[in-house]
Design a protein around this ligand. Structure first.
Ligand SMILES: C[S@@+](CC[C@H](N)C(=O)[O-])C[C@H]1O[C@@H](n2cnc3c(N)ncnc32)[C@H](O)[C@@H]1O
Length: 283
């Protein structure tokens, strides 16, 4: 984005127009809202307001970083997920729209008002755990992540979203949960194969590798969680797993082998099998 060298102050409308040519109108608007700390409506109503030199400089910097690929969510530090506003930093995965399916499927398992125990493995920003906890205030939700930085962000989000029925632990999957059993376990674990070409494209270039990749063609974390989950579920308890576009069949097979029944896969809005799960067979 080039600003007038005469240093004439530019207006909100001019700034949006110029940046929109480089990064698109929507992202330009999101970045300017962030710089000015105002609503979308404010930008429309005050479109002839001049930016201060500092505001213009900050906006130019962010627009430049976006042009070089940095995700908007990391530039603004915010991402909406399931209609809640989350803090995100480069320490956590940016919650994806397709992961909202996991929240829908989890909530369908928990009648409102039912007291039960829910575990979210690999919570990252806390997106899944906090949405479930917010919508099911009687449930006791536990959220786990291996990354201390992610745990700190998830705790920040719990506080900002005023969610009290959650505990957030730093642990390697089920380690630290010895002897504990849950009614529902959900996880969106790393499931991208280490050599996957998508890792060098788009937002993925800026996201933490430990949030994205797993060994064994991307299946190691899914295998490990499925193998250990039965010991941490009550009889009839449910496990729900998000996975890659081509991993539904192997997940269903692993679930059946581990003692789960009613095994299913569910498509996301793009029609891709995205979440698989089952309930622990009562023996
Ligand atoms: C794909 S991200 C999911 C983040 C969040 N649940 C979401 O859906 O946006 C996977 C998360 O698993 C965490 N993770 C990776 N290995 C782990 C392990 N061994 N134990 C616990 N968490 C782990 C990563 O730090 C990362 O936050």
């Amino acid at each position: 984005m080039k600003f007038n060298p005469s240093m004439r102050q530019i207006t909100i409308r001019e700034a949006l127009l110029q940046a929109g040519r480089d990064i698109g109108d929507i992202e330009a608007r999101m970045l300017l809202q962030h710089v000015l700390n105002v609503s979308q409506a404010y930008l429309i109503v005050h479109c002839e307001q001049a930016l201060t030199a500092d505001q213009a400089r900050s906006f130019r910097l962010l627009t430049g970083r976006r042009t070089h690929g940095e995700p908007v969510a990391y530039l603004t530090g915010r991402r909406e997920f399931y209609s809640l506003d989350f803090t995100v930093t480069p320490a956590v995965l940016i919650p994806r729209p397709e992961t909202e399916l996991m929240v829908d499927l989890a909530l369908a398992q928990i009648p409102p008002g039912l007291s039960c125990k829910i575990l979210d493995l690999g919570t990252g920003s806390g997106a899944i755990a906090l949405c479930i906890a917010k919508h099911r205030p009687v449930a006791e939700v536990t959220a786990v992540d291996f990354s201390a930085d992610a745990v700190a962000i998830a705790r920040t989000n719990a506080k900002q979203l005023n969610v009290g029925n959650v505990r957030i632990l730093e642990a390697d999957w089920f380690n630290g949960l010895a002897g504990e059993k849950f009614n529902l376990i959900v996880s969106n674990p790393p499931y991208v194969a280490a050599g996957d070409s998508h890792l060098t494209q788009g937002d993925l270039r800026f996201e933490p590798r430990m949030a994205l990749t797993a060994g064994g063609e991307g299946l190691d974390c899914l295998r490990s969680i499925i193998a250990s989950a039965p010991a941490h579920l009550v009889a009839g308890g449910v496990l729900l797993l998000e996975h890659g576009y081509d991993q539904a069949e192997i997940c269903r097979q692993l679930l059946s082998e581990a003692g789960f029944g009613d095994v299913f896969s569910h498509p996301d809005l793009a029609g891709i099998m995205r979440v698989s799960g089952g309930s622990l067979i009562v023996s």
